[in-house]
Design a protein around this ligand. Structure first.
Ligand SMILES: NC(=O)c1ccc[n+]([C@@H]2O[C@H](COP(=O)([O-])OP(=O)(O)OC[C@H]3O[C@@H](n4cnc5c(N)ncnc54)[C@H](O)[C@@H]3O)[C@@H](O)[C@H]2O)c1
Length: 490
C-alpha cells in the first residue's frame, strides 16, 4: 500500500511550496502544513476535513472542531443524506463524495483528517492522507486486517504525522485509575483476563442477502462504488449500508472488531501487552434445517469465544490468557465478586475482569466504572474527584479528538503528541491483537464439501503467531486472513 515514489514527490512538492510560501508569506495566507510540521503557532487554527461525516463521523468532526477551535474545511461522504447534519453545521466546508478527489484538490489546504468510514476503507483513506503529510484521526478498529494496521503504524512514523485511533475510552480517567491500582501492586500479578460485549446488536450470522434491491434515490451507482472502495464488489443492499456493514467480513470486523479496541484497551495498556503468541476460538452456529449448520463464511458469526495468549511483560511477570466472548455470552462471577454484583458495567452488557494474584480489577466499556475487589472483601471505586493531568478531560469523549488536534498543532514528536493515549504506536499493536481474534474466527469457518455433501471444517485449530513476521506458524491456510487483496483501482 505504501508508495515511496509518491512520498518523494510529495516531500519535494512540500519543500518547494515551503520555499515559495516563505517568500510570499507577507501577503498571502499560507496553509500551515506547507510550512512543515512543528512550525505552527499554537494559537493558529488547523484546517480539518472529515472522511465519513455521518454516523460516528459527525461526532468526530464536531468534537475535533470544538466549537470553533479549528476550521472544518471539507467533508467527504458517499451518502449526502447521511452527512446532512455535518453539512448543516459546517456550511462553508466543501462537500465531496470521493475522498480521493478531496485530498487531491485540497492537499495544500487540509492539515488533518478524521476518518470514520466503515472499517474496510480506514486504511486506504488514512494512507492516502498520511502520504500527503496530513495528520490522521482514524476510528477503531484502526484497520480491517492485521497487515494494514502494521503498515499504518509504520507510515505514521515514516511520514511524521500525528495519529490517534478513535477508541475514546483511552482518554477516560478510569484507565488512569486502573493503571494506578495496578502499579501500586493492589491486584498483584495478572494471569487471566476476561473481556466481553453484548454485540452484535445488528443482524449477524444471517445468510448473504440475494434479492436485488434498488439503490436509494440519493445514492448513485458511482457513490455505491465508492462505498465498496477496496473491497470485493457486491450490489447495494440495506443490510450493508448504513451501519449494518459491521456483520460482513467484506466491510466489517464483527462484534470483536467493533468493541475489541474499546474493551481490550484497558488490559492491553495496564499490563503493557504486545503481540500475542497464540489464539483459539469457537463460534455460535445457526440452524435453518435439522442437524446441518449454516455455512456462511461471508458473515461474521452470531457469537464467539476467543482465547488469546501473551507472554509475560515488563510490568507483569506472568504469561496472560485473555478470554473474549460476545453475542450474549459473558464470563461467570469469580469468587471475589459478590454473587449479585453486575459484572463490568451496570447491566453487565460489556466488561473487563483482570484476575490478579492478590485481587481483581474490573471496568465497563470505555474504561468506565473501574472497580477493585480485594481479598478482605473491600471494594473500591474511582473517587468522584479523581482527576488526571489531561486538560481536556471534561470535553466530549474526554477530549480524545481535541487532544489530537492540539498535538497536530504542536507537531510530530512534541510533548502533546507523546501524551496522546492512542497514537498508532499504541493503537496499531492493539488493533492487531483484536484482529488476531478475527483471523482465528475466519479460519474456524474454513471448510470443504465432502463426498456426502457435508462440510468438513479443517481450520478449527489452536493457532501460533509470530508477531514480528506477521505469520501463523502452524497452519498456513490461516495466513490468507492476515491481509487482503484490494479491488482493481484501489
Ligand atoms: N468510537 C466509537 O465509540 C464509535 C462508535 C460508532 C462507530 N465507530 C466507528 O466509526 C466508523 C463508522 O461507523 P458508523 O457506525 O458511523 O457507520 P455508518 O455506516 O453509520 O456511517 C459511516 C459513514 O461513512 C460514510 N461512508 C461510507 N463509505 C465511505 C467512503 N468510502 N468515503 C466517505 N464516506 C463513506 C457513510 O455514508 C456514513 O455517513 C466505524 O469504523 C466504527 O467502528 C466508533
Amino acid at each position: 500500500m505504501k508508495d515511496d515514489k509518491r512520498q518523494d514527490r510529495h516531500l519535494s512538492r512540500r519543500q518547494f511550496m515551503r520555499n515559495s510560501a516563505l517568500a510570499a508569506a507577507g501577503f498571502t495566507i499560507v496553509p500551515r502544513h506547507v510550512l512543515g510540521r512543528g512550525f505552527t503557532a499554537p494559537s493558529d487554527k488547523l484546517n480539518i476535513a472529515a472522511i465519513g461525516a455521518g454516523g460516528k463521523g459527525f461526532s468526530d468532526i464536531r468534537n475535533a472542531f470544538n466549537k470553533g477551535s479549528d476550521n472544518v474545511v471539507a467533508l467527504a461522504d458517499i451518502d449526502e443524506n447521511r452527512c446532512e447534519e455535518a453539512r448543516k453545521l459546517f456550511p462553508k466546508a466543501k462537500y465531496y463524495k470521493d475522498f480521493r478527489l478531496m485530498l487531491e484538490e485540497m492537499k495544500d489546504t487540509i492539515d488533518a483528517v478524521t476518518i470514520s468510514t466503515p472499517d474496510h476503507t480506514h486504511a486506504v483513506a488514512a494512507m492516502a492522507a498520511m502520504q500527503l503529510g496530513m495528520h490522521v484521526y482514524v476510528q477503531k478498529p484502526l484497520t480491517h486486517n492485521i497487515k494494514e494496521a502494521r503498515e499504518l503504524t509504520e507510515a505514521a512514523r515514516e511520514y511524521k504525522v500525528v495519529s490517534q485511533m478513535g477508541n475514546q475510552g483511552a482518554s477516560n480517567p478510569g484507565q488512569v485509575q486502573m493503571m494506578k491500582w495496578f502499579n501500586e501492586g493492589l491486584i498483584g500479578t495478572v494471569d487471566t483476563v476476561h473481556v466481553w460485549t453484548n454485540r452484535p446488536v445488528w443482524p449477524q450470522g444471517i445468510p448473504v442477502p440475494t434479492e436485488k434491491m434498488p439503490l436509494p434515490e440519493h445514492i448513485s451507482k458511482e457513490d455505491w462504488d465508492l462505498f465498496i472502495g477496496p473491497a470485493e464488489y457486491v450490489d447495494y443492499h440495506p443490510l450493508y449500508h448504513p451501519f449494518k456493514w459491521r456483520g460482513w467480513w467484506n466491510f466489517g470486523t464483527g462484534a470483536l472488531g467493533d468493541m475489541g479496541c474499546h474493551l481490550i484497551d484497558p488490559p492491553f495498556r495496564v499490563l503493557g501487552l504486545g503481540y500475542p503468541t497464540e489464539v483459539e476460538c469457537s463460534v455460535g452456529q445457526v440452524f435453518t434445517q435439522d442437524w446441518v449448520p449454516e455455512h456462511i463464511p461471508e458473515g461474521c458469526p452470531p457469537s464467539s469465544r476467543v482465547q488469546i495468549k501473551f507472554p509475560a511483560t515488563a510490568g507483569n511477570p506472568s504469561p496472560i490468557t485473555m478470554n473474549w466472548s460476545d453475542g450474549g455470552l459473558r464470563p461467570f462471577h469469580p469468587d471475589l465478586i459478590p454473587a449479585s454484583d453486575d459484572l463490568g458495567e451496570p447491566g453487565s452488557a460489556n466488561g473487563v475482569i483482570m484476575m490478579g494474584s492478590k485481587g481483581i480489577m474490573t471496568c465497563g466499556v470505555y474504561g468506565l466504572h473501574p472497580k477493585l475487589y480485594l481479598p478482605d472483601g473491600e471494594v473500591r471505586t474511582m473517587p468522584e474527584d479523581f482527576s488526571t493531568d489531561n486538560p481536556n478531560e471534561g470535553l466530549p469523549e474526554y477530549g480524545h479528538q481535541v487532544s489530537w488536534t492540539q498535538a497536530c498543532k504542536a507537531g510530530f514528536g512534541s510533548a502533546e503528541h507523546k501524551r496522546l493515549t492512542s497514537s498508532f504506536d499504541y493503537a496499531g499493536p492493539l488493533t492487531e491483537t483484536v484482529l488476531m481474534g478475527n483471523l482465528a474466527i475466519r479460519s474456524y469457518a474454513l471448510a470443504k464439501k465432502n463426498a456426502r455433501g457435508r462440510m468438513d471444517y479443517y481450520g478449527r485449530k489452536k493457532l501460533f503467531w509470530d508477531g514480528e513476521k506477521m505469520e501463523i506458524t502452524n497452519f498456513n491456510d490461516a495466513n490468507q486472513f492476515v491481509g487482503r487483496d484490494y479491488r482493481r483501482g484501489w
